[in-house]
Design a protein around this ligand. Structure first.
Ligand SMILES: [Zn+2]
Length: 467
């Protein structure tokens, strides 16, 4: 299997350190508000990575953290802690906010059929590990203390600008205006922030440097190392993490251990909503619930996400979601073929059925090419529409559908047969159509639709499927 590695800017063969085990860390949600559609693109894509690893007989160990403290509103370590901000907004404590939005996130994961990670550690439950890591950096001379916290001195880490190919001089010029004047370099970042003297925080802990809370970046290094070791195989997250969060994770982790932090870095590209960047102020940070409330199933959302490649800038729009809905119906019609007689039966060997998931895996193993995988599946669907699935083909057909589900997570195996009553109605509609009684045929179609049964008329007969 091959992936585009941000570290080398190349598509590379994945060689895990301890095959068949593959360690994967994904930067998780900051639980101060609802996840929006852009976040879900990221997590469905990372789930696809896990599914493709598994299908390649590898054993991924997947950690997704929960950021429930320390992520500040500004990337420059300034502004409020997002959790405390959320608490003020809702008149709750930061702890209540974290709990509520963590649960909401977990529910969203379940709805979108995202595999459950092996571990979802919370930053607030790993304060000791974070303090220990800062102590190691302190001992090695990478830190300094200013009024508001303990900072990492990026000038001490020679390779700091390599990962994101940063132009530090340019950054210096841009950030000079807003920078904290006590910071030695604009890129220096907080490892530990002190609690404000004039206000009480909901979340704060004692440390060797004073009462406060950890910076955002240190949690990922500390938890990745704790659960997966000093060097992991794949680290992933949104592309916006490259210049700051992931650059800082590498700097602090590699300074502490003297070892490579992650061998492969996988980044999910930006998502635009109706052609615009997602932002609170534009009011386009669409929630999963809003989409479902408009009549789109979570599987439609998932399929829509799979329709774009994770490395391309993707578009979310209501009209394209409508197109995904139609595409999902085609796939559901395909999965329903096992129960319906076809008038014409073309040859389609059982071996060919087994080849479908294998070919799908081949395509997806090349840098998770989901759009090409779906195009392949559309071609297969068209061919299979003319095939009568009978006898020993049924088992092979069902295995094929399961194989497709393992990779795409669209729950096609869950589709159930319709009732005998509904089948009789379809028979009556066929009769009406033969008599060219279109009024009656439409009436029956509407009746079936109201019962959740969709119909597609093909040259080889009608195909029904659960909507
Ligand atoms: Zn992270």
């Amino acid at each position: 299997m091959r992936l585009y590695n941000t570290l080398t800017r190349k598509v590379e063969k994945v060689k895990p350190l301890q095959q068949p085990k593959v360690t994967v860390y994904t930067c998780g949600p900051t639980v101060y508000d609802y996840a929006h559609i852009g976040h879900w693109f990221n997590y469905v894509r990372m789930d696809t990575l896990i599914r493709v690893l598994k299908a390649n007989q590898l054993q991924p160990e997947w950690v997704v953290n929960i950021t429930d403290v320390g992520h500040l509103v500004s990337d420059a370590d300034e502004g409020e802690d997002k959790l405390e901000k959320g608490a003020k907004r809702e008149g709750k404590t930061a702890w209540e906010i974290a709990k509520f939005y963590t649960n909401d996130f977990l529910e969203g994961m379940k709805l979108l059929n995202i595999s459950h990670p092996d571990n979802m550690p919370r930053a607030t439950e790993h304060i000791t590990e974070q303090i220990e890591l800062i102590k190691r950096l302190d001992k090695k001379g990478y830190t300094y203390i200013i009024d508001d916290g303990v900072y990492y001195d990026t000038s001490k880490f020679e390779a700091y600008s390599d990962f994101a190919q940063l132009d530090l001089e340019e950054q210096q010029a841009v950030m000079r205006v807003a920078r904290n004047p006590q910071k030695r370099q604009p890129a220096d970042f907080a490892l530990w922030k002190f609690s404000p003297k004039d206000a009480k925080r909901d979340m704060e802990w004692d440390s060797p440097w004073g009462k406060g809370f950890p910076g955002w970046h240190i949690e990922c290094s500390a938890m990745s190392m704790k659960y997966l070791g000093p060097t992991i195989d794949i680290h992933s997250g949104g592309i916006d993490h490259v210049p700051v969060h992931h650059t800082n994770e590498i700097a602090q982790s590699e300074a502490a251990t003297g070892q490579r932090f992650a061998n492969y870095w996988l980044h999910s590209n930006h998502v635009m909503v109706e052609g615009q960047k997602i932002s609170k102020s534009l009011g386009n940070s669409i929630r999963l619930k809003e989409i479902i409330d408009k009549g789109f199933s979570p599987e439609v959302v998932r399929l829509h996400i799979l329709e774009s490649h994770y490395r391309s800038q993707s578009q979310f729009s209501w009209s394209s979601l409508e197109a995904s809905k139609n595409r999902l119906q085609d796939l559901r019609a395909l999965a329903s073929l096992r129960w319906q007689p076809r008038k014409v039966s073309h040859d389609y060997g059982t071996g060919a059925l087994e080849d479908v998931p294998a070919e799908l895996l081949n395509i997806m193993s090349e840098d998770l090419n989901t759009p090409q995988a779906l195009a392949f599946l559309s071609r297969v669907s068209t061919q299979l529409l003319a095939v009568h699935i009978e006898g020993d083909m049924v088992d092979h057909f069902e295995a094929m559908i399961r194989g497709i589900d393992d990779l795409l997570g669209l729950k096609l195996s869950d589709i159930k047969d319709i009732s005998e009553e509904q089948k009789k109605l379809i028979g009556k509609r066929d009769e009406a159509r033969e008599k060219q009684d279109w009024e009656q045929s439409d009436k029956i179609r509407d009746e079936l639709a109201s019962q959740g049964v969709g119909l597609q008329d093909h040259p080889h007969g009608v195909i029904w499927f659960p909507l």
